[in-house]
Design a protein around this ligand. Structure first.
Ligand code: CP
Ligand code: NVA
Length: 311
């Protein structure tokens, strides 16, 4: 399928239309197979420079973007949380105007979604959201790739996200809606998805995808195809960790909960994981876990995305 998303900002998981999303996922799967077969490709981004501007720690996102860009022939330039001080050492507007003069794209991990919007408004190169407090679109694209590989399709799949209605959950709902995946968020009262995510997911839903909340994880996971969880306290919420630990007791993916899903259901977690909290170690490392493929797919999904955006 031919798509034209050259120069597109990816600030939200909803920023790819259904056909564009599917083309990125198909390209990611094809490139992953080709790489495994020894085909090293044609370095389509040779000569490009991409800034990786990170205001929070990272393992997967940083490494997968750096490796992916190098495989495509581009040069990644990583800037750590100590270096740039978006809106502190220098205004976001000035950072956007300056970095745009050096690089071909900016991949940014920040706190406020507004920082990404400002980078996009004032810069002249594509901005890719590498996680902010509202969303984590690149994660969601890798998650959908993993579901497609393991379950054979996206349309009609039923995913239950057990835990906090956070940035990862928001992007899953939005990308899921675009791809025809129905999502139920099973969370304690007070930790639901924000209204804008529900409204936008409902507005863009295709192929009969639905969105629901539940406060009963056991009932929600009945017959599910995919179980997903993430940390109870995200980066920046460390002060709430103890309170959240109490609120989320019972919202944990363990063997008993998994047994209520379909026999061939898979388990996903964006990582990093807290094994005494949101997921049992035996489940994350067991036969139904697709978590390690999911982590690998960050590389392939992002590579496919960057290739479309930059070449
Ligand atoms: N899943 C994810 O984004 O991991 P990192 O925070 O390590 O990049
Ligand atoms: N919700 C988590 C995801 C980490 C990849 C956070 O924002 O810390």
């Amino acid at each position: 399928m031919t798509i034209d998303i050259k120069g597109r900002h990816i600030l939200s998981a909803a920023d790819l239309e259904p056909n564009e999303l599917r083309a990125v996922l198909d390209a990611a799967i094809a490139a992953k197979k080709a790489w495994a077969a020894g085909d090293r490709g044609d370095q389509p981004l040779a000569g490009k420079q991409v800034a990786l501007l990170f205001e929070k720690p990272s393992l997967r996102t940083r490494v997968s973007f750096e490796v992916g860009l190098k495989r495509l022939g581009a040069a990644p330039l990583y800037m750590s949380p100590q270096e740039v001080g978006l809106g502190k050492r220098e205004s976001v507007e000035d950072v956007a105007k300056v970095i745009s003069r050096y690089v071909d794209a900016i991949v940014c991990r920040t706190f406020a979604h507004a920082n990404l919007e400002e980078l996009a408004r004032h810069g002249s190169v594509p901005i890719v959201n590498a996680l902010c407090d509202a969303e984590h679109p690149c994660q969601a694209y890798a998650d959908l790739q993993t579901i497609l590989e393991h379950r054979g399709s996206l349309e009609g799949q039923r995913m239950v996200y057990v835990g906090d209605g956070n940035n990862v959950a928001a992007s899953l709902c939005l990308a899921g809606a675009r791809a025809g995946v129905s999502v139920t968020v099973a969370c304690p009262k007070g930790y639901e998805m924000p209204d804008w995510v529900i409204a936008r997911s409902t507005e863009i839903a295709t192929a009969g995808a639905t969105f629901a909340h539940s406060h009963d994880p056991s009932a929600a996971v009945e017959g599910a195809d995919v179980l997903y969880t993430d940390v109870w306290a995200s980066m920046g919420q460390e002060a709430e960790a103890a309170e959240r630990k109490k609120a989320f007791a019972g919202f944990r993916i363990d063997s008993a909960l998994l047994a209520r899903a379909k026999d061939d259901a898979i388990v996903l977690h964006c990582l990093p994981a807290h094994y005494d909290e949101e997921i049992e170690h035996a489940v994350a490392h067991g036969p139904r876990s697709a978590i390690w493929d999911q982590a690998e797919n960050r590389l392939h999904a992002q590579q496919a995305l960057l290739r479309f955006i930059l070449s």
